[in-house]
Design a protein around this ligand. Sequence first.
Ligand code: IPE
Ligand code: IPE
Ligand code: MG
Ligand code: MG
Ligand code: MG
Length: 295
Amino acid sequence: LRSLKTAIAQTASAVDEMLDRLLPETEGAESRLHQAMRYSALGPGKRLRPFLVVSGANLFNVAPTSALRVAAAVEMVHAYSLIHDDLPAMDDDEVRRGRPTCHIEFDEATAVLAGDALLTRAFEILADPVTHSNPAVCLELIRELGAAAGAKGMVGGQMMDLLAENERLSEAEITRLQMLKTGKMIAFSCEAGAVLGRAPVQQRFALRSYAHDLGLAFQITDDLLDISGDAAEMGKAAGKDAAAGKATLVALLGAERARKQAGLLARQAAQHLDSFEEKADPLRRLARFVVERRA
Ligand code: IPE
Ligand code: IPE
Ligand code: MG
Ligand code: MG
Ligand code: MG
């Protein structure tokens, strides 16, 4: 686990350098927008999605610059999703990554715009030939990230999450909600390296299966941490899901069964990587980390 943490930290600092370069500070009337974008994208998060992109890319000998640019684009979309998730109209949170949320530090309108601009910037980066010299690869990344982030992916899941407040969803319905809300962005992160490396379909499918189980295990753990985690350690409020009546597996099955399910999913995730050699060890270890984390 120590070597995994070192690897995550190394990728995080490389991706932060890339984010810093791709989101420059500016002069002029719009500089407040750039400040808000940088504040949220460069805030102290775990950088799990960038780690998935880079670890996946390492399986297929992808050029580091390509992998880091895609990792930065994914983190921008993730940061945008957090900014909007925290808005008063959504989860109404005031603390994120141990600091005031974007709309508290700046203001609501700036937070909405910073989210918009991070989302569009991500696609601009994927479309740039510096990301990959083959336009077909860029197009596939753009199409897949669009699908993962949009109405049939993260945003669709966020809609379901809000509509499900105080509704009794079945286990299957909650699973679908979580697959869209969290799972699709994680799946894109896991598969992006295979797209960049033009990997054979079987290997791409193996990564997709890994991502499917990892994404569910990740969100169950997020929901467990909401009831049992330490707000200071997590850098965000705890105990909000029950108060808001969120539909989670923790609420439906109870913490103990939800924790077992997450553990099972994490082990299953790693098993999907059996056809890869030691190069996939970071991804195997990450599956355990995702359910054992405290933040
Ligand atoms: C939080 O994601 C939002 C969810 C999808 C549950 P992370 O737990 O990856 O947040 P950061 O990036 O580390 O802040
Ligand atoms: C948010 O899920 C998932 C996103 C798409 C941002 P949560 O609302 O549970 O995430 P946290 O707990 O605020 O980080
Ligand atoms: Mg939410
Ligand atoms: Mg939230
Ligand atoms: Mg949560």
